[in-house]
Design a protein around this ligand. Structure first.
Ligand code: AP5
Length: 221
């Protein structure tokens, strides 16, 4: 099964993708998280994308598509029962490349879920967000803090603020979302695979709505 989560920065895509990994056995393919891991490891790719991430600009499509393809190959090898995409695709050319990649595997996107939320909530969420610098686990200082401040519950790594959660980079990322990513909803709507959930609910309620859509075709339309 292949699921695409679409929503503005801070809507909870990463949070819900982690939950779907647990409930559906799919692989999370989060391009942002993959790029941050490359940067943390100091690889050539990490050095290439560091400045782009901090400015909130998009990494070039060929680089992004290649990193997604390498994760899909892990799914091919049986590592998971499909994938949930978080932060990919982000523009039309990435969406078309994903279609080609899945088609070549005899597969297709089963569900596109839009996580809808108002802009003022996003800013509050992003300013309180903290992430594990080692495994990428997502926390919030008010809604979902780690049990021990600054220490990841999952791996014991250091929990810190993301470098791109600055007011300038947040504004830039939201502008790119409105201009390039939101139009993908119309691209997928033609196939009848788009559903919307209300992202302004507790995390458990958002997850329940997404699972309703995926498992029995109901939930918020
Ligand atoms: P990426 O990592 O994808 O960041 P983003 O798109 O800016 O999305 P966010 O991670 O900010 O938001 P989210 O919706 O995942 O929210 P989260 O679950 O964390 O990309 C980073 C950068 O990488 C890009 O700017 C770009 O440079 C590059 N990049 C990535 N993909 C690319 C691509 N395809 N092409 C080119 N470049 C690419 O939640 C936010 C906070 O809210 C958390 O603290 C969480 O705990 C909290 N929260 C979540 N849900 C709830 C809830 N229901 N109630 C209360 N709090 C909640």
């Amino acid at each position: 099964m292949y699921i695409v989560l679409i929503g503005p920065q801070g809507s909870g895509k990463g949070t819900q993708a982690d939950r779907l990994v647990n409930s559906l056995g799919v692989m999370k393919i989060s391009t942002g998280e993959l790029f941050r891991a490359e940067r943390a490891a100091g690889t050539e790719l990490g050095k290439l994308v560091a400045g782009i991430l901090d400015a909130g600009e998009l990494v070039p499509d060929d680089v992004t598509i290649a990193i997604v393809e390498s994760r899909l190959e892990e799914v091919d090898r049986g590592a998971a029962l499909g994938a949930v995409f978080d932060g990919f695709p982000r523009n039309l050319s990435q969406a078309e490349a994903l279609d080609v990649a899945l088609d070549g595997r005899g597969a297709a996107i089963d569900h596109v879920v839009e996580i809808a939320i108002s802009e003022d909530k996003l800013v509050r969420r992003l300013s309180g967000r903290r992430v594990c610098s080692n495994c990428g686990a997502v926390y919030h200082i008010d809604h979902a803090p780690p049990s021990v401040p600054g220490v990841c519950d999952r791996c014991g790594g250091k929990v810190e603020q993301r470098a791109d959660d600055t007011p300038e980079a947040i504004r830039r990322r939201l502008a790119i979302f409105a201009e390039m990513t939101r139009p993908l909803l119309a691209y997928y709507a033609e196939r009848g695979i788009v559903s919307q959930v209300d992202g302004d609910q507790p995390m458990e309620a958002v997850e329940k709505d997404i699972l309703s859509i995926i498992q029995d075709g109901s939930g918020a339309a």
